[in-house]
Structures are given as structure tokens and as C-alpha cells.
Design a protein around this ligand. Structure first.
Ligand SMILES: [Zn+2]
Length: 96
């Protein structure tokens, strides 16, 4: 078993409700539960809606997110092998 890999994402913390919100990719627009703070842009650019509110400053925060696992070469080969067998079976069935 391989260890789960993580990546760090930058987000913001709402000065009103305290929610930490993260934009995971470009055009991934999120807002906090009170609706005051928004974030957008993912890795391309971090865009957020306000810097200060009632004297409280929006905090820049970081969080770990798991990186989705990619299939291995073996898994891909096994997948195509199964697919080929299924096609052959369909072909044989239709010719009987
Ligand atoms: Zn909020």
C-alpha cells in the first residue's frame, strides 16, 4: 500500500462566520455559509471578495487535500484486457 499523497491549497477564512473556504481549480467559485466571503481561481489565481469587514481582516489559510490516485499501468492493461474479452464475447454471441 502506498501512502496517500496530499497537496496544500490556499484559501481564505471569513471574518464574519469563520468558515474556511477553498477554490480547488479555476472557475471553482465558493462562498462561506454567511455569504459574505467568496473565493475563486484555484491554482491559477486566488481571488477573494473582501479583505476587511468591521475591522476584522480576511485570513489567508492553507489546508491539506488528498491527491486523487491515478491508475497504474497494470490497472489500465487489465481494464483493456477485460474490455477486449467482453467485445469478443459479444461478437461470438451474435454469430451463434
Ligand atoms: Zn462568512
Amino acid at each position: 500500500m502506498k501512502k496517500q499523497k496530499y497537496r496544500y491549497k490556499t484559501g481564505v477564512q471569513c471574518p464574519e462566520c469563520g468558515d474556511k473556504i477553498f477554490s480547488m481549480y479555476r472557475h471553482d467559485y465558493k462562498h462561506c455559509s454567511c455569504g459574505l466571503q467568496t473565493v475563486d481561481g484555484g491554482d491559477d489565481y486566488l481571488k477573494y471578495s473582501l479583505a476587511t469587514y468591521k475591522g476584522k481582516v480576511t485570513k489567508i489559510v492553507k489546508k491539506r487535500f488528498p491527491i486523487p490516485k491515478k491508475p497504474t499501468k497494470k490497472q489500465i492493461e487489465a481494464y483493456y484486457e477485460r474490455l477486449t474479452l467482453q467485445i469478443l464475447k459479444l461478437y461470438n454471441d451474435s454469430n451463434n
